[in-house]
Design a protein. Structure first.
Length: 76
């Protein structure tokens, strides 16, 4: 069962975060690509204070800070 309790980040309540991770993995199994975003604090790019499960598609235009979606140029 998906937890209904709000948490600001994944360390506020580890039990809720773990249960959310379990439900998310069961929910999206075999359904394509997703990001489960669990940042903590503005220096870690947290701008909205809750957990996110984001459906993804190739070339969807959502660039996360850790990956731009672009391939790096190969140096010779």
């Amino acid at each position: 069962m998906l937890p209904k309790q709000h948490v600001r980040d994944f360390v506020e309540n580890p039990e809720v975060s773990a249960a959310t991770m379990l439900c998310a993995s069961e929910l999206v199994a075999g359904m394509g690509s997703y990001n489960l975003i669990t940042s903590k604090g503005r220096p870690a790019t947290q701008s909205v204070f809750h957990l996110h499960l984001v459906p993804r598609a190739e070339n969807d235009g959502l660039a996360l800070p850790s990956y731009s979606g672009r391939r790096k140029a190969r140096s010779h």
